[in-house]
Design a protein around this ligand. Structure first.
Ligand code: 2RA
Length: 357
């Protein structure tokens, strides 16, 4: 029997990518039910080549559903995922609501696929897009060299902040295009902030202008100077890799890129590393593409990899002062592997379990 699927958040940015993935991947599903907030109910969307009407989120939409994908904000998952599981569905959740709960596995199929089978609450969580942008590559190197420390600087795309992030960048770009802005202290901020209500945060969802600029703050205040995004990388890498003591520091920064997150990574290992061996590992690791011939211009950039599935790795080199550490530059689409694709991969493994039961 083919399991039935509910896609909750079908009309959002990640929902749209999920519908494309469901149309592109081998079709393992029976009924696919599209669900969104009552505001979006009644819209018609195409999945697997057929038009389907979006249903309003309610208890009844989970009747007869085997697997429910939650592609919604934290508070919606926190409220509705337990309702879906109480109706017998396995929930694959893309929000942060359950990621760090001990009784909820946090799964990246290339790294810890078996964790998805142990789900006492019927919920499997998928990591944050920043974690997902780097962990497949770093996990492959860890398996060989033994990871001890990560220092990460992110260059995050504005779509990480949702459709509002993309709208903000596009509006800001249209206001600065063709001007001489960006040459005097605060000129971009004044030009874009003028007339906007300060109380609403004139550059929302960002803390500063993102056009002609970079913004070193992502997420919420997590205390002691850290942002929630930076702590998410730390805690989620520890949990997925099964390294509760992993030393990790991240600095998360938004850049004027629509989609695909980039990361500069310093990874320190237990054992000495050789770049040739690191290249071999990355070139053969599932879900990774090695693109590393910088003198010829071959290195990943976000606008080149956007819309693709793999984690792209380039600029791999041994740290000059530490024979156990590697430096590298990583790019990955935050809406595909960073969100919808990882959720789809977990869901397909659960579907295989149900089909073979
Ligand atoms: C971001 N990871 O990229 C956060 C939330 N998706 O903005």
């Amino acid at each position: 029997r083919r399991p039935s699927l509910a896609v909750v958040g079908a009309t959002g940015a990640i929902g749209g990518v999920m519908l494309r993935i469901l149309s592109q991947h081998a079709d393992v599903w029976g009924e696919v039910r599209l669900v969104a907030s009552p505001r979006s109910a009644g819209r018609k969307l195409v999945v697997r080549g057929e038009e389907s009407e979006v249903l309003a989120l309610s208890e009844d939409v989970f009747d007869g559903i085997d697997v429910a994908l939650f592609l919604v904000p934290d508070e919606v998952s926190a409220r509705w995922a337990p309702i879906a599981t109480s109706k017998g569905a396995v929930v694959i959740d893309d929000s942060a609501a359950f990621r760090l709960d001990d009784d909820v596995p946090l799964v990246v199929p290339e790294i810890n696929p078996h964790a998805a089978r142990l789900r006492p609450r019927g919920i499997v969580a998928s990591p944050n897009c920043t974690t997902l942008s780097l962990i497949v590559a770093v996990g492959a190197l860890h398996a060989e060299f033994g990871l001890r420390e990560l220092i990460v600087s992110s260059y995050q795309a504005v779509s990480g902040a949702g459709r509002d992030g993309v709208t903000a960048l596009r509006e800001q770009l249209s206001l600065v295009a063709g001007t001489e802005l960006g040459t005097h202290p605060g000129d971009v901020r004044r030009a874009l902030g003028d007339g906007a209500p300060a109380s609403a945060g004139p550059f929302r969802p960002f803390a500063a202008p993102v056009a002609l600029n970079v913004v070193p703050w992502a997420g919420t205040d997590a205390g002691d100077g850290w942002s929630s995004e930076e702590l998410a990388i730390r805690e989620e890498c520890r949990k997925v890799l099964g390294l509760p003591e992993l030393r990790t520091s991240a600095t998360c920064v938004y850049v004027p890129v629509v989609a695909a997150h980039s990361m500069s990574v310093h990874a320190r290992f237990e054992n000495e590393v050789a770049v040739d061996r690191a290249h071999e590992i990355l070139a053969t690791a599932p879900g990774v593409v090695l693109f590393d011939s910088p003198a010829s211009g071959d290195f990943p950039t976000p606008s080149d990899v956007v819309g693709t599935d793999p984690t792209w790795v380039g600029r791999v080199r041994r740290s000059m002062d530490d024979s156990r550490a590697l430096e590298m530059f990583i790019c990955g689409d935050n809406l595909r592997k960073g969100a919808a694709l990882n959720v789809a991969q977990i869901a397909e493994s659960v579907a295989a379990e149900i089909t073979s039961a």
